[in-house]
Design a protein around this ligand. Structure first.
Ligand SMILES: NC(=O)c1ccc[n+]([C@@H]2O[C@H](COP(=O)([O-])OP(=O)(O)OC[C@H]3O[C@@H](n4cnc5c(N)ncnc54)[C@H](O)[C@@H]3O)[C@@H](O)[C@H]2O)c1
Ligand SMILES: [Zn+2]
Ligand SMILES: [Zn+2]
Length: 378
């Protein structure tokens, strides 16, 4: 997969990736996914997305080659690869902040490395490809356990782990009411995970009917269609004793719909790094003293976030790119116990040759799409 400019994706031949450092491995990709985050790249919203870049930060595959220093992996191993690239030994990695590794991204100090996510996250080619170079091969990747379905393993490399992390950061106490903004794969996974953490109520907000139906069947959630109520904030408060929900997970990000002016200043005029409307709805609706957990991705600069209200309400705002490997031990246990089956989010299985169609469907939310995955081997 190569990026050719906004809304343009092509399948090209590139030179095979090589071992560039003794800690590298080369992985032959078996399954990859398209993430909602890839849509920000596809829409030309993320800076320094270069023509020719290969996207893809959710993938599993087979180890094809290992560098001289790699000790834990051997050729032929089947691995799940977290979307984060990280060294495992810097100040931040030592504290579990894998997504904030200090050694993998020469282009930014805020964020570490991510596969296939533009040069702002290091410029590494991603996994929507047949082969991918995996740096620090002993650190991120893990063997796929024999009893775990490959499609479940795939969704643990980002979407499901991120949703679970979003629920973790929401500080849910037993019986709490939780609102999740966004019924994409991340929001649905977050909504489902809230129950595992003791939530008493889960309400999902979106404006796509088919995704709200999925929130009911997959995440056992109540739903609010923000296009069908006069005032989404008021609706949420009314539904939660007038005070507002205890916790919110924001799983929408910078391309939120629902406010024309925000959309114009962000997407058209490029005056800010996206529309903060979902974030503002979260700040407005959560009860005083509550927590907002932000999983949605944003560009660096914003002008219209209701920060003063967040301060005056005494909110706790928590956020990060998910350090997904931290979530794996618990999530693997939940899968084994039958509590979750992340692969139930998958709606489309697309061949790598047809990936442009996958981006188009996912971007335009056509054909009931929730989570498209890419198979590289027939
Ligand atoms: N923090 C992380 O580590 C991480 C990891 C993966 C994805 N993300 C981000 O999470 C977000 C969601 O990802 P996804 O794969 O689920 O994407 P997605 O595009 O499939 O889902 C986004 C959903 O939000 C809905 N939406 C739009 N405006 C809304 C609003 N104002 N209120 C409520 N819902 C609204 C859309 O209809 C859509 O269903 C993206 O911003 C993505 O970049 C972050
Ligand atoms: Zn992602
Ligand atoms: Zn590090």
């Amino acid at each position: 997969m190569t990026y050719r400019g906004p809304y343009k994706i092509r399948v090209d031949s590139k030179p095979d990736p090589r071992i560039e450092h003794p800690n590298d491995a080369i992985v032959r990709v078996e399954l990859a996914a398209i993430c909602g985050s890839d849509l920000h790249l596809y829409h030309g919203m993320m800076p320094d997305t270069r023509v020719g870049h290969t996207f893809g930060h959710e993938f599993i595959g087979k180890v094809e080659e290992v560098g001289a220093s790699v000790q834990k992996l051997k050729v032929g191993d089947r691995v799940m690869v977290p979307f984060n690239i990280y060294c495992g030994s810097c100040f931040f990695c030592a504290r579990g902040l894998y997504s904030n590794c200090h050694n993998v991204n020469a282009n930014a100090t805020a964020i570490g490395g991510i596969y296939g996510y533009s040069h702002t996250t290091g410029g590494y080619d991603g996994g929507q490809a047949e082969l991918v170079r995996v740096p620090f091969a002993d650190v991120g990747p893990a063997l796929i356990p024999d009893d775990i379905h490959p499609e479940d393993a795939l969704l643990l490399t980002d979407a499901f782990s991120t949703g679970y992390f979003g629920a973790q950061l929401a500080d849910i106490d037993e019986g709490d009411s939780v609102v999740v903004f966004g019924a994409g794969p991340v929001g649905l996974a977050a909504a489902r995970s809230c129950w595992l953490m003791g939530a008493g109520r889960v309400i999902v907000v979106d404006h796509l009917d088919y995704r709200l139906r999925k929130a009911e069947t997959f995440a056992f959630a109540e739903t609010v269609h923000f296009g069908e109520v006069d005032d989404v904030v008021l609706t949420l408060k009314k539904r939660t004793d007038g005070l507002g929900p205890d916790r919110i997970v924001e799983a929408v990000g910078a391309e939120a719909d629902g406010h024309v002016l925000q959309h114009v200043t962000a997407a058209k005029l490029k005056m800010q790094g996206g529309s903060p409307i979902a974030l503002n709805w979260a700040i407005d609706s959560v009860r005083k003293g509550g927590t907002v957990s932000v999983m949605g991705a944003y560009g660096p600069l914003f002008s219209a976030v209701k920060f003063g209200d967040a301060m005056n309400k005494g909110l706790t705002l928590r956020m990060n790119q998910a350090p997904v490997k931290r979530q794996w031990p618990r999530l693997l246990e939940h899968i084994r116990a039958g509590h979750i089956a992340p692969r139930e989010l998958i709606t489309h299985r697309i061949a790598l040759e047809d990936i442009a169609e996958g981006y188009h469907l996912f971007s335009s939310k056509l054909d009931g799409i929730i989570k498209p995955i890419i198979a590289t081997v027939a």
